[in-house]
Design a protein around this ligand. Structure first.
Ligand SMILES: *[C@@H]1O[C@H](CO)[C@@H](O)[C@H](O)[C@H]1NC(C)=O
Length: 231
């Protein structure tokens, strides 16, 4: 009886109101995408905590589970950070499309290219071509994807290539920005120490993870608020 009454009441609502109620209830799905810098450490849970404090609880998505223990937090361990993966190879094997098909996302962060430089001394223009294909795959999956790309953290052993990539990213990022699928740029390099904020010359130490979470935070807020603005 109650059910029937509820169905009647819902049927009386205009369609747009229903769609709106739907959107308000749905938890936004966020895919942290990258290499080991995305897999290891605690920047994801610390970012989640900061957003939670603002009243935003996201559903972290991805085919991998983080193992790090982070202040005893019972955090959402899903992510798409693949240790040792190069942007160029992910594109060659068309892997991102499959990962997104398995774990759909509304928002994605990308910190990628470090391994291309570490393993293959890949130049900026080649990495940006890979970024292009990755952004295409993101938008093919979800035309309204909110995309957050990073100027990458230091890799002191090949700082020249890191700096060249980071210098080329802003113009590229602007060129790939659209109204339907906004793309934000986050500078993860400036203010990040190539010594104190890394524990092995490559991976973030605890202080490094704090900096990564703090740098992603304002862009994540903008991405989340861009959905609220649509309602
Ligand atoms: C893309 O556009 C949004 C506004 O929709 C803006 O906030 C953002 O800074 C732009 N991104 C870049 C890389 O210029």
């Amino acid at each position: 009886m109650l059910k029937a009454a509820l169905a009647l009441a819902l049927a009386a609502l205009p369609r747009s109101a229903l769609a709106q109620a739907d959107q308000e209830q749905r938890t936004l799905r966020y895919m942290p995408f990258g290499d080991s810098i995305t897999d290891y450490g605690c920047w994801r849970p610390w970012l989640a905590e900061k957003l939670k404090a603002d009243g935003h609880t996201l559903d972290f998505v991805g085919g991998r589970r983080a193992e790090a223990e982070c202040d005893g937090l019972d955090y959402d361990r899903d992510h798409e950070g693949h240790p040792g993966f190069q942007a160029v190879d992910i594109v060659k094997d068309n892997q991102l499309a499959g990962w997104l098909a398995d774990n759909p996302a509304d928002i994605i962060t990308m910190h990628l290219g470090t391994v291309d430089i570490v393993r293959s001394s890949t130049k900026a223009d080649v990495i940006l071509q890979a970024y292009d294909a990755l952004v295409d795959a993101m938008r093919e999956h979800n035309p309204a994807m909110r995309i957050i790309v990073s100027q990458i953290i230091p890799f002191p052993a090949n700082d020249g290539l890191v700096q060249a990539l980071n210098a080329a990213i802003p113009a590229w990022a602007e060129s790939r920005n659209t109204t339907e699928s906004p793309l934000w740029l986050v500078d993860q390099y400036t203010g990040f120490s190539g010594t104190a904020d890394l524990y092995d010359g490559l991976h973030p130490s605890e202080s490094g993870d704090v900096k990564i979470s703090e740098a992603f935070y304002p862009a994540m807020l903008q991405a989340i608020e861009s959905f609220e603005a649509e309602k």
